[in-house]
Design a protein around this ligand. Structure first.
Ligand SMILES: [Zn+2]
Ligand SMILES: [Zn+2]
Length: 244
């Protein structure tokens, strides 16, 4: 398989409310993480940082324009690969150890990462067999109800365990925008990893259902509106009634 050039690795898409989607088009859609850059007055916010196979700092100038807080929605390999490039790193306390010690097994790089997840391989010297996320110990641990403050806009941490124990969503009430991570998005959800929990997953979905969302920016697949949010979660809850 051919390798991509580093300058082609990332793709940027401007959304409303100072939000920019950064993603990695040569990774197949199911494995391709959405990174969300949010412009603030005093600092910017980055929700997730991709696989880390090409430097975000070197190839996406947007992330170096201002002080930046890099939040991990959770610590699977596709979401935290470039966290080590940022000084200010936040993660829920339940996955703090994973961000500091991201082994191939703990981040799901083993078994998910093979050459088959790419349409073009990352630039040399990348190798799927030895790919590993770099350690990036958190500088701030998050808990449910905490606030990430950019000066003129604030994001409430909603602990959403189930996909993984320290999964979080970020809720900006002023714009009714939810950054949901991998707990819910418009595609096949993953409920069976080594640290998934069915009862937690159900409770998280019930909680998210009631949010008055206008737009959801998820960890994978395209963004969607409030009606789609209700429809996705309603269908999911109907399929998981036994956990009620
Ligand atoms: Zn995940
Ligand atoms: Zn993911």
């Amino acid at each position: 398989m051919d390798r991509a050039r580093p300058e082609d690795w990332y793709r940027l898409q401007t959304k409303a409310d100072g939000v920019t989607l950064i993603d990695e088009p040569f990774i197949q859609p199911f494995y391709r993480c959405n990174m969300w850059h949010i412009r603030g007055r005093d600092r910017d916010l980055l929700v997730d940082s991709g696989m880390g196979v090409v430097s975000l700092r070197d190839w996406v100038p947007l992330v170096t324009e201002r002080a930046l807080t890099a939040v991990a929605s959770h610590t699977h390999f596709d979401h935290i690969g470039c966290h080590h490039e940022f000084e200010d790193r936040c993660v829920h306390h339940a996955e703090a150890d994973l961000l500091a010690n991201p082994t191939r097994e703990a981040t799901l790089a083993d078994p998910y990462v093979t050459d088959d997840i790419f349409d073009l391989l990352p630039p040399a010297p990348y190798q799927s067999a030895t790919y590993q996320v770099k350690s990036a110990p958190a500088t701030r641990l998050l808990a449910d109800g905490d606030v990430v403050d950019l000066g003129d806009r604030t994001f409430e941490v909603i602990h959403t365990p189930g996909h993984s124990p320290g999964g979080i969503a970020l809720w900006e009430a002023a714009t009714a925008t939810l950054f949901s991570g991998d707990i819910v998005y418009d595609g096949p959800l993953i409920e069976d990893t080594y640290h998934s929990d069915a009862a937690d997953y159900y409770r998280s979905m019930v909680r998210l259902y009631d949010l008055p969302v206008r737009v959801v920016h998820g960890g994978h697949f395209p963004s969607y509106d409030g009606a789609r949010h209700k429809a996705i979660i309603r269908a999911w809850l109907d399929n998981h009634e036994t956990h009620q």
